[in-house]
Design a protein around this ligand. Sequence first.
Ligand code: ADP
Ligand code: 5GP
Length: 220
Amino acid sequence: MITDRPSASVSVGADPFLLLILSSPSGAGKTTLSRRLLARFPALRFSVSHTTRKPRGGEVNGSDYHFVTRPQFDTLVENDAFIEWAEVHGNRYGTALCEIDRARAEPGCAGMIFDIDHQGARQIRAKKPDSVAVFILPPSMTELHRRLRGRASESEEIVLRRFQAAKIEISHYGLFDYLIVNDDVDTAFRHLEAVVLAERSRRSRRADLAEQLLRAGTLS
Ligand code: ADP
Ligand code: 5GP
């Protein structure tokens, strides 16, 4: 018999815990949009990466990044502490497995946001096929350059290096489920919000609830 219902004997759902990957060329607006997303969805947590990059003015250790030395980073790699890691713009960045475990164990936590590059996105997607990957595009290369320069926390050399790497980052857009253009920030945010709302309602994330309802007893 052909049925449109999955077998009730197996768990039909994807992991309801949302793993949301945000990538973009540097300066396109990931940090801006992820901060807004965290304010809008308090049940989501930001995955604080480890990096060998030096802190920018105003960045807080343990909150923006875990700032570590290169030997410390390499020891973490040797100990398989990362779900993914990569070299980006001459520094190393990685997502510690314990970040995800900690968030999962936290009551009421519904998912995590990963601000990572395409190499990290590829590694997480390979290990967590249920993850959702969003790529933020700048409206133009000219505007991207303006934003990179406007950040004012980096030297002209670093700005140029990041700008030159932008097209390589963009060339990996095919890895992502959604492409969002960050021209007007409010519009871009609305689109990102819509992705989160839609992904929460994805059938595979809600199927276990549907099956529970079907198994529930009737009122006597
Ligand atoms: P990323 O995290 O991708 O490197 P940021 O969020 O730090 O990018 O944004 C880079 C710069 O561009 C910041 O100065 C930010 O305030 C600015 N910015 C972000 N989104 C917009 C936008 N839609 N319009 C104009 N400026 C923006
Ligand atoms: P920034 O130095 O501007 O904070 O980040 C530079 C790049 O590194 C960005 O593309 C950012 O998404 C990426 N990045 C930050 N954390 C991680 C991480 O844990 N893993 C990977 N692969 N990339 C990261």
